[in-house]
Design a protein around this ligand. Sequence first.
Ligand SMILES: [Zn+2]
Length: 255
Amino acid sequence: MDPHQFHWSAGQKCAVSLTYDDGLPVHYEYVGPALLEAGLHGTFNVLIRSDPLQHPEYWRKLAQSGHELANHTLFHPCRRNPDMTWLEECYDLCEYTPERLRAELQIANLILYLLDGKRERTFGNTCCDTTIGRGQQEMLMDVVLRKLFVAARGPGNSQIADVKKGINLMQVGHFSADKQNMGLEDIQKTILRAAEIGGWAVFMIHGVGKGTHSLYMDKSTHEKLVAWLAVNKADIWTAPFIEVAQYVKQHGGCK
Ligand SMILES: [Zn+2]
């Protein structure tokens, strides 16, 4: 299939995926229900060792309402630098081997399967990191990810996924949409740009509302964004990351 011929279903001009990271209580307490009320669904990149350990039943309910639970690892390993005091040294991705990453992701997938019964899964890269190992040993995670996932939300490169040129589903670029990085207008402008090129805009959000995470979107911004996406449904297809990835795969939008 020729990616140039790619088009979204039902005449929509672009796709948008809202992805929420780190397994926070605000995701099931507020975000999931707010999206549903607007007739939209989102992706929740669940960090297993945070809230889901205490409240698996809430995460199950979130999945049952049609939202996607995606893999955000068991322990949130990242390429560690000395400023990252929140991350124990033993979870430094620079020290991970492909075997160790694979094992961690497989167990996280199993736990998510026990929550939502799904076998197909996507990955939300922790800290937007796309490699493991150090120095000469540094390598792309793709080799591990390809066997486990439909797609991965990879680098935080602030780029629209240009499906008409063909994208790598293991490294889907995205925007960090927490208030520290973008306001409502920036987000809307990005989506309108995606509509111009027929692309897919993926946004990473952590908390919603002050106090829910050190990185967060204001509740009022979130409310306005969700309402705007709902009103513009005819032009903008807002859907979970996995749904859009599967569509792109089936319609020739990937390399
Ligand atoms: Zn995270």
